[in-house]
Design a protein around this ligand. Structure first.
Ligand SMILES: CC(C)(COP(=O)(O)OP(=O)(O)OC[C@H]1O[C@@H](n2cnc3c(N)ncnc32)[C@H](O)[C@@H]1OP(=O)(O)O)[C@@H](O)C(=O)NCCC(=O)NCCSC(=O)CCCC(=O)O
Ligand SMILES: Cc1cc2nc3c(=O)[nH]c(=O)nc-3n(C[C@H](O)[C@H](O)[C@H](O)COP(=O)(O)OP(=O)(O)OC[C@H]3O[C@@H](n4cnc5c(N)ncnc54)[C@H](O)[C@@H]3O)c2cc1C
Length: 572
């Protein structure tokens, strides 16, 4: 990571999952035996959970770890082709250890998924150990620097104390001791929380490149006879890029919040208080999905906004895209994560609120919504007056949209049940609504955190421009999702028209500050690694320079001319 800052590389899983999983799930003795050498890079580890046949449905994983009390060992085994571990980063060639997730069998019973530390390569020769079949899975969409691997375990024996036993335990006689909370073994909340910050960084990089380049690039005529304007002066260009800029700021604040929340709640967990784990799981799953989906789409908007040069790898945007897009899939596929937030949290909370329970945390608004439903509605009905200036009223609007979509999803489940479907069938037949509800909930959380953040800004000028960005973020989201707001009776058609007009004004207001706002992300040229996004704006000279370095230009006449073209021509 020192050689390629922010680029994927073979040690990512070691640093991002192997070490943190040890920190969270290893006993003090295991910390000494594994963490210290891992910290010193003698042990290089990866996190091997996904199998060829299953990534999402963890209960469907097939790898087994069977305890043999006669030797005090676990026998790790991949019983089928589909049970071969598949995808772990750094597994193919780099790692000498893996944390393997396997179904624990002891005393003839299966106790579900547990984590085991499995040495896979000889510590001196790096040759795979007996019974370990390991290799690289081949070329991918991107990530070519990373040896994502496969791992087939053939009755591989590891000592009893290689099971991560901070929570669940196996005694020497094979007795299984349950963890204090079954949910602790899921893990993954750490990385999901951190991915939110990665979304912000990917957005910040992309819009820095696209906005700087749009200030350098001149194209077409705005007024006949006048010099070609900077493309950043076109309203459509601003409409593409300024909402991305606003989202980059929003997600930066949400990323900081997620980091703090993770620290706070994981502190409680270490102290034995698990009460906030559901909130942390729901928030990290939902915001991981919400921010990665948004960033994934926005990177491509930025790339296309650079015209032809955006397609050149010199822009850095193609690499940013292929390196970022797997965040929508790994660490929990996004749709599945949205459904976790919806089901396990929003719908459950909705039901609790409906019977009058007061809710805490990010869903407390569902209590208010439930209370409002009990009050008689005003006779006039209709949407409340909308202020395109007042951020707090917009937060409230997002909150009411989320509440209404949660209600819609919960009602859909109810209706499906009344039709005689089973709970699971009713659930599947409502899952489009459930994902929509989660999306709206996350959108509300993002808008709220952005607005909350403004309260902490003292500098009046900074506060003013950040407020403009927050307003743009909120109104653009309103315009993009106007169907939801209209359907929920929170917006009228004339109000929607006013929102579009206000967005245009905000774009114009932001134009003079746009370049300064991306400079404020403080991403240096080395980190951006983009010819189009250079700080000095000297794009064309360096584009020419970059092309001259292309391997095809190493010789004036390419060997293909002598090998193929010339002989072919002589035969014609
Ligand atoms: C799909 C689910 C969420 C559901 O699993 P399930 O066993 O069917 O569970 P359920 O019945 O829905 O829920 C049971 C219960 O467990 C809770 N729960 C679920 N996940 C967590 C968690 N992480 N923390 C805390 N709690 C969790 C749920 O909310 C449920 O709670 P409840 O019973 O309602 O109170 C889960 O299995 C899962 O997380 N799958 C995704 C797998 C994944 O994330 N794999 C990542 C592999 S590593 C990787 O990709 C590395 C990337 C490379 C890089 O970072 O560079
Ligand atoms: C670059 C990269 C690196 C990775 N690194 C690692 C690693 O280091 N370690 C590791 O263990 N794994 C790793 N993975 C694997 C990754 O975690 C899984 O691919 C991911 O969890 C998704 O699981 P899946 O592939 O089984 O997708 P699937 O679950 O098969 O998803 C396919 C489709 O089915 C849908 N679907 C599945 N279940 C449901 C459901 N219940 N409800 C509705 N729709 C559903 C999904 O929404 C999706 O549209 C990596 C993957 C990639 C791409």
């Amino acid at each position: 990571s020192c050689v390629h800052p922010d680029r994927p590389e073979p040690l990512d899983l070691h640093l991002g999952m192997f070490l943190p999983t040890l920190l969270n799930q290893a006993t003090p003795e295991q910390m000494e035996r594994f963490f210290t050498p891992a910290w010193n890079l003698r042990i290089i580890g990866t996190y091997a959970q996904t199998e060829m046949g299953h990534g999402t449905h963890l209960r469907g994983l097939e790898t087994t770890a069977t305890f043999d009390p006669s030797t005090q060992e676990f026998v790790l085994h991949s019983p089928t082709i589909s049970s071969i571990k598949w995808w772990p980063g750094g597994l193919g060639k780099t790692s000498n250890h893996a944390i393997v997730l396997a179904q624990l069998h002891t005393q003839g019973r299966c106790h579900g998924l547990h984590a085991f530390i499995v040495p896979i390569r000889d510590m001196d020769t790096h040759v795979p150990l007996p019974g370990v079949v390991v290799g690289d899975i081949g070329p991918k969409f991107g990530f070519s620097e990373v040896d994502n691997g496969f791992l087939k375990l053939e009755h591989v024996r590891i000592p009893l104390d290689n099971m991560l036993m901070k929570f669940a335990k196996v005694e020497p006689d094979g007795t299984y001791v349950k963890p204090p909370s079954a949910k602790l073994t899921y893990g993954m909340v750490f990385i999901r929380s951190m991915i939110v910050g990665q979304s912000a960084l990917a957005l910040a990089k992309s819009c820095t490149i696209a906005i700087r380049y749009s200030a350098v690039r001149h194209q077409s005529e705005l007024r006949p006879g006048e010099p070609e304007p900077q493309i950043l002066n076109y309203q459509t260009q601003q409409h593409k890029l300024f909402p991305v800029l606003a989202a980059a700021y929003a997600f930066t604040f949400v990323g900081q919040y997620m980091k703090d929340t993770y620290r706070r709640i994981s502190g409680d967990i270490h102290a034995g208080d698990y009460s906030q784990l559901p909130e942390l799981h729901a928030l990290s799953a939902g915001l991981k999905a919400f921010t990665t989906w948004a960033a994934n789409a926005a990177i491509e908007v930025c790339r296309m906004s650079c015209g032809g040069h955006g397609y050149s790898r010199s822009s850095a945007l193609p690499d940013i895209y292929v390196e970022f897009t797997p965040t929508c899939t790994y660490e929990g596929e996004n749709t599945v994560m949205m459904l976790q937030t919806a089901s396990r949290y929003l719908v459950k909370s909705y039901r609790q609120a409906s019977v009058g329970q007061r809710l805490q945390g990010s869903v407390s608004y569902l209590s208010e919504a439930a209370a409002q439903r009990l009050r008689p509605r005003p006779v006039s009905g209709g949407a409340a007056p909308l202020s395109t200036q007042d951020l707090l009223s917009l937060v409230h609007l997002y909150q009411r949209r989320a509440a209404s979509l949660v209600e819609l999803a919960a009602k859909s489940i109810q209706q499906e049940l009344q039709r005689g479907r089973s709970q699971e069938e009713a659930w599947n037949h409502s899952s489009i609504d459930l994902v929509r509800a989660s999306d709206a909930h996350c959108h509300f959380v993002v808008v709220k955190l952005f607005v909350d953040k403004l309260e902490q800004v003292d500098d009046a000028a900074v506060k003013a421009v950040l407020s403009t960005l927050a307003l743009l973020y909120a109104l653009k989201g309103l315009a993009d999702n106007s169907g939801d707001f209209l359907q929920a009776g929170l917006l009228t058609v004339p109000q929607a028209t006013r929102v579009s007009a206000r967005i245009k004004e905000l774009l114009e207001e932001l134009r003079p500050d746009a370049v300064a706002l991306v400079d404020a992300f403080d991403l240096n040229d080395r980190k951006l690694n983009s010819v189009l996004g250079r700080y000095d704006g000297n794009v064309y000279e360096h584009l020419y320079e970059w092309a001259r370095q292309s391997p095809l230009n190493a010789t004036e006449v390419h060997e293909s001319f002598h090998k193929y073209l010339k002989p072919l021509r002589s035969r014609l």
